[in-house]
Design a protein. Structure first.
Lengths: 146, 157
């Protein structure tokens, strides 16, 4: 027995021992009130990691800022001497140049040296852009369906 | 039927799959969504050392409109699970897919060209299709010992 089935079947039916040459079509099988959400797994932040985030920049980055401030101080003294036509000693200029070089070196170091905060931020970035996406499922009809 | 969504490249259909007592011979897609001229495969069972499973679930827009067309999203792609709580276990020639403590799908490879679905329950995933070794329930219909031969899709929902 061959049966062509393209009509939708709405009556409850038992279909046995039939040879199909078309798909069995039944459109009313999707259960409504059913929700699936795509979400990200939350990033689990440990307490020490929180401290790392909170404590801010590394020692070297902080030092770079401090040395820069000191160097600007020396520059102001030199400027003051220049305007008051006081003689500017060579060592004052050398100290100023030394300050500039130290500042630059500290900034470069701070930029390229790994530090815990940067590592942690990188880890968090990776977590959120990576494939840790999850699909969660919640069914308001849960338990009610036959 | 309709303009077909492209099937995954890695998918090689079995020559025959016995789905809950119904034979699907020389077909491509065991279960597919066919709506408004658009199709999306829901279940694929392909050849491999272990059967290779793809399974998609309907995602209704959060507006909760019953008339809204669901989008389909794979929760299992070539035996890789994409959903929390969905687990894949395997024994030689058998693959079991479970959600929490419920088994969603059990597939046995009988030969290199024949596979059997001995348990199917998609109700937890929002699709009213379930069955055991002998009966396939599709909505209110029971399919028992039928044969689908040279049909591209077995169930269109």
């Amino acid at each position: 027995m061959t049966q062509q089935k393209t009509q939708e079947n709405k009556e409850p039916k038992i279909i046995e021992n039939t040879l199909f040459n078309a798909p069995f079509v039944e459109s009313e099988v999707i259960i409504s009130n059913f929700q699936i959400m795509v979400s990200h797994e939350p990033f689990v932040l440990a307490k020490d990691e929180y401290q790392v985030l909170k404590s801010g920049n590394s020692f070297i980055a902080n030092s770079a800022t401090n040395i820069l401030a000191a160097t600007i101080g020396i520059a102001l003294i030199i400027a003051a001497k220049y305007f008051s036509r006081t003689k500017i000693e060579d060592w004052e200029l050398y100290v100023f140049y030394f300050g500039l070089i130290l500042t630059a070196a500290a900034f470069v170091l701070a930029k390229f040296l790994p530090n815990d905060k940067k590592k942690l931020l990188k880890k968090i970035d990776k977590h959120f852009e990576g494939g840790s996406k999850n699909i969660e499922i919640s069914n308001k009809n849960h338990g009610k369906q036959s | 039927m309709g303009n077909n969504h492209r099937l995954p490249k890695e998918y090689i259909p079995f020559g025959e799959i016995i789905i809950c007592g119904n034979r699907f011979i020389d077909g491509k897609i065991p279960i597919s969504s066919e709506r408004d001229g658009k199709s999306h495969e829901i279940l694929l069972i392909g050849k491999g050392v272990l059967p290779q499973i793809w399974l998609a679930v309907p995602i209704l827009p959060s507006s909760q409109s019953n008339y809204a067309r669901p989008k389909w999203r794979y929760i299992v792609e070539r035996n890789k699970t994409r959903m929390k709580n969905v687990e894949i276990k395997s024994r030689p020639n058998t693959l079991i897919l479970s959600l929490g403590i419920s088994i969603i799908l059990e597939v046995n490879k009988l030969t290199d060209n024949i596979a059997e679905v001995s348990w199917l329950d998609l109700r937890l995933l929002g699709i009213n299709i379930y069955g055991d070794k002998n009966v396939l329930n599709v909505g209110t219909n029971q399919l028992i010992n039928n044969t689908f031969e040279k049909v591209h899709t077995m169930l269109a929902i």
